[in-house]
Design a protein around this ligand. Structure first.
Ligand code: FES
Length: 102
C-alpha cells in the first residue's frame, strides 16, 4: 500500500499564487486553507516541540491543538486558521533552544 500522497486535490485549483515556505517557493491554491494546502504540497512538519524536537504538523484543523503554528510574515499564527494569499512568507516556528539546523 502506497502512502506517498496522503492528501490530494479533488479538483485542480482554479488559480494558484506563489508563497515562500522556509525560503522555498511554493504555488498554492488561492483562498485555500493554508495548513491543508501545505500538506497537499508535501509539507508535513510545521514546527518542532521545544523539549524533544519532535516534528509536529496540522492535527485538529480547527484551531484547538496549536500543532500547526508557523510564522507568517513575522507573526506566529495557526496555519489551519489562515487562507492562502499571494506573497505569504512562511517559516517554521523556532522555539527557545532551536536554531536553523534543528
Ligand atoms: S491544526 Fe490544530 S490548531 Fe491548527
Amino acid at each position: 500500500m502506497s502512502t506517498a500522497l496522503t492528501f490530494l486535490e479533488l479538483t485542480p485549483p482554479s488559480r494558484t499564487v506563489r508563497v515562500e515556505f522556509d525560503g522555498q517557493p511554493l504555488d498554492l491554491p488561492l483562498g485555500a486553507n493554508l495548513a491543508a494546502a501545505l500538506m497537499v504540497a508535501g509539507v508535513h512538519t510545521l514546527r518542532k516541540t521545544p523539549v524533544s524536537g519532535a516534528p509536529r504538523g496540522a492535527f485538529c484543523m480547527m484551531g484547538a491543538c496549536f500543532d500547526c503554528l508557523v510564522d507568517i510574515d513575522g507573526v506566529t499564527r495557526q496555519a489551519c486558521m489562515q487562507q492562502v494569499t499571494e506573497g505569504l512568507v512562511i517559516r517554521r516556528t523556532k522555539t527557545a533552544g532551536q536554531n536553523d539546523a534543528s
